[in-house]
Design a protein around this ligand. Structure first.
Ligand code: MLT
Length: 267
């Protein structure tokens, strides 16, 4: 897969056809979407950036200096990338977890640029007070003990318990993706997630076709979050993928791709 760089943002741009923007979760990278790009780029133009601070994208010095990080900042980066690639038509926006928070910010900022939404393993609500405190603790841990301490606690929750026990190569792969994240990127995302606005009130106003996908064994975001988004978005479909945790596209790539392809064909 060819890796491109523009404005310090590293991205994959592969295939032709209706553009699909793939937005990864925390603390991952565009590598999260390898199977989807492989499976869909014969029919669609697949664009997958490394968000700033992840993979091969660096945070901009001005962002670090101001310490002002937000979902809107990541969404603007994605919109600017599409513009720079000459993509003016509405795109399919596909986000996983934090990528889903960014997808909702993208829809709020640029509704006319969204052809449809695919929200995977995510939620619409803001952080509770407890979750915000946990973000602060995580920032503290990264700053004083390094990101490994965070990853060790998070890794078993990212993958379903059965895959964690039985698929060491998958565990290693996710660990390898996490290891590429920079300290600054992790802190930026934690602060951005902590202060993200509640998108619940946006949901009834989403007018594009939307697909919500959730792993049956997700240990990070409860399935009830997917169900409540499904109840609130007028034209939404919900698919639960069995034998998958927080990363259903990695754990069950064939099923995930089939679900996505069927949805895309129906647009
Ligand atoms: C993610 O997977 O992107 C994050 O775990 C989401 C979160 O921490 O809220």
């Amino acid at each position: 897969m060819q890796n491109n760089k523009h404005n310090q943002l590293s991205y994959i741009d592969q295939g032709q056809g209706t553009p699909i923007l793939f937005i990864h979760g925390y603390p991952l990278s565009k590598k999260l979407w390898e199977e989807q790009i492989e499976g869909l780029s014969s029919q669609f133009r697949c664009i997958a950036p490394d968000l700033r601070g992840y993979g091969q994208s660096a945070l901009l010095a001005a962002q670090v200096e101001k310490q002002h990080f937000s979902m809107d900042m990541f969404a603007e980066d994605c919109a600017n990338l599409l513009t720079d690639l000459g993509i003016r038509e509405p795109v399919v926006v596909t986000g996983l977890s934090m990528g889903g928070y960014i997808s909702l910010a993208f829809y709020r900022l640029y509704p006319n640029r969204v052809r449809s939404l695919v929200l995977t393993a995510t939620r619409a609500g803001a952080d509770s007070l407890e979750a915000q405190n946990n973000r602060d603790k995580a920032v503290d841990t990264v700053t004083h003990s390094g990101s490994r301490a965070i990853f060790e606690a998070m890794l078993p929750k990212l993958i379903s318990p059965s895959a964690y026990a039985n698929k060491p190569e998958l565990v290693k792969r996710v660990e390898g993706i996490m290891d590429e994240a920079t300290h600054e990127g992790i802190v930026a995302s934690l602060l951005a997630m902590k202060t993200r606005p509640d998108s619940t009130l946006l949901l009834p106003n989403i007018t594009c076709p939307s697909l919500i996908i959730h792993g049956a064994d997700d240990q990070i975001i409860p399935i009830t979050e997917a169900q409540s988004m499904h109840n609130s978005i007028p034209e939404a479909e919900l698919v639960i993928i069995e034998k998958a945790g927080h990363l259903p596209n990695l754990e069950q790539p064939d099923t995930y791709n089939q679900v996505l392809q069927r949805f895309l064909r129906s647009l």
